[in-house]
Design a protein around this ligand. Sequence first.
Ligand code: GDP
Ligand code: ZN
Length: 314
Amino acid sequence: MEGLVVKSTGSWYRLLTAEGEPYECRLRGNFRLHGNKQTNPIAVGDRATFRLEEDGTGTVTNVADRKNCLIRKSIKLSKQTHVIAANIDRLCVVATLAFPRTTTGFIDRLLVCAEAYHIPACILFNKTDLHDDALRQELARLRSIYEEAGYEVLAVSAKTGEGLDAVRHLAQPSGRAKGTFAKPILLFTGHSGVGKSALLNAIDPRLQLRVGHISDYNEKGRHTTTYAELHPLAESFVVDTPGIKEFGMVDFTEEELSHFFPEMRRALQGCHFANCTHRHEPRCAVKQAVQEGTISQERYNNYLNIIDSITETS
Ligand code: GDP
Ligand code: ZN
């Protein structure tokens, strides 16, 4: 039998069949399919085959290859990593220009993570009902920057419902496929207070998430829950990662970073040096594009800031 892992507690996993039938499943003790660098061999979003036991539970026998997975470093100072979720179809970065204002530096860090993890990303600017003319102009400016870079940008309001049809569209299976495996897996991320819970509730009132509730569990430095769950959201699934507010940056080198900025990735073939970091090197096509205005100065500045933070920690 085949199922989608929608819940993981570390020892038991809930798998949904194509028809949506849930089965509680266990792993065999020696189950290690993705090497031993990961603390959890299967995660929510994984597609697995299982054998039905006499007591009605299942035993996982195989896990399908992942198209991507979101990793968080293990708590201990080990090389082990923890997979938060696998096979994510879309990362929805939720931002606000109204309170609490999201900086493009923060948005760009999340987009870099998405690129590095091979997860398609989009940006949702929420709370448009609070926009005055100045913020409307700012939104138009950012929309053109991010759309030119290659991202879908949605202006939404959980309060008035503006733009929610476009978000509901993201929560629909593409094509005509039906059933559990056709449903896209979405992950909403962004600062606390930007309206993620309010948006999810507005899209699917069955969720009944608490709005305006700031969990301080993580901040107290206590051991946080590392097990995620997939909740139904309209015709899709949404990843809920209790206790995980931001996922860790991927490790990459200075030379790699520009590959995670789509507009730079397109320009960098023109650089004179193959390992150009687009800072001080002569004959740099990226710097040239910034000067000519085809690459946004703001995105480039954020790029430089991220490079600085890599070199500081390495
Ligand atoms: P989360 O921490 O990202 O899940 O944010 P919440 O969904 O808990 O929302 C944080 C606060 O923003 C709450 O007080 C919400 O009522 C408010 N909020 C959320 N969406 C909107 C919106 O579209 N417009 C306005 N004016 N307030 C919103
Ligand atoms: Zn360059």
